[in-house]
Ligand binder design. Sequence first.
Ligand code: NAD
Length: 327
Amino acid sequence: MADSQVATTIAQLVAQLNQWRTEYYTNDAPSVEDAEYDKLYRQLEDLETAHPELIQADSPTQHVGGELDADLPKVPHPIPMLSMGDVFSMAELAQWDERLKKSVTTPIDYNVELKIDGLALSLVYQQGKLVQGSTRGDGNIGEDITKNVKQIKSIPQTLSQPLDLEVRGECYMPKAAFVALNAEREANGEVPFANPRNAAAGSLRQLDPKVTAKRNLATFIYTLIEPERFNITTQHQALAFMRELGFTVNETAEVQATMADIDAYIERYTSDRDQLSYGIDGIVLKVNQLPVQAALGNTVKVPRWEIAYKFPPEESETVIRDVEWTV
Ligand code: NAD
């Protein structure tokens, strides 16, 4: 393809993806399935890798999230809230593991976690009291949702120790709450939410905390900011520490060293995901050793020390099957 043709294709992909991002991040109402977005995003990434001189400043590969809600107050994130790299096959995951292990000088293992299908949030505590909640926003600036997070039962107002700290995690809507909410919306003649992720985002990014309170949102917390202040050296220890402080931490995380064990974990949750009471869209591998994470650092958009393996799309991601769900 001639350069001018590549530039045109890149411009078209950027325009289409940015329109979908506004629908998804800003309006909480996507018009296409994630798999369709991911397919075009990959095409754009491949073209940009082959032609780095044609990368546009407004390319979605250079930015986290979308425009912020103009009506919500803003909160800076001194430590940015980033996105995550992703792969779509076990073979790609094995290549990522191989490249990563070549770039580090000490042995590592991974904390393997479920990728919860919700939206990221940050919680700040002073002397053990919840003082601020915010969304990821564009990564550097989030939306202030302090009043709203105070309505979520799984978020402790007071920690078991009077510490100053920040944690991050995922806010999600359990499947049963999503089905009930959409039934209510349809009965009231309102537009139903496309999926539990968008229902969670729409419910958390509300001006009226009473609306959030009615929506049965839940959280799993998975990131401790500045873990070295608490002498914590692995992601697995960080999860245990946050659990002790009173946060709800997903119980399925496992430390794995080999690709065979990681593949088995992926296979288990590819088949068991329908039985969970919450949506997952993949699994996340995080280098368990926090000093190694710090040494690897981040690109402009994603940490180098973690990767998401995304599940293949289900027939219809919006169909929630009528099964017994366990937490
Ligand atoms: P992402 O959702 O693929 O991955 C990063 C996010 O994963 C984090 O911000 C965090 O919120 C979440 N996460 C869940 N469990 C986690 C765990 N255990 N540890 C760490 N993080 C965890 O990246 P993104 O930038 O938020 O969104 C990009 C994705 O959003 C796309 O791949 C696409 O699937 C979807 N999207 C869809 C549309 C659409 O129109 N359908 C538009 C834009 C984006």
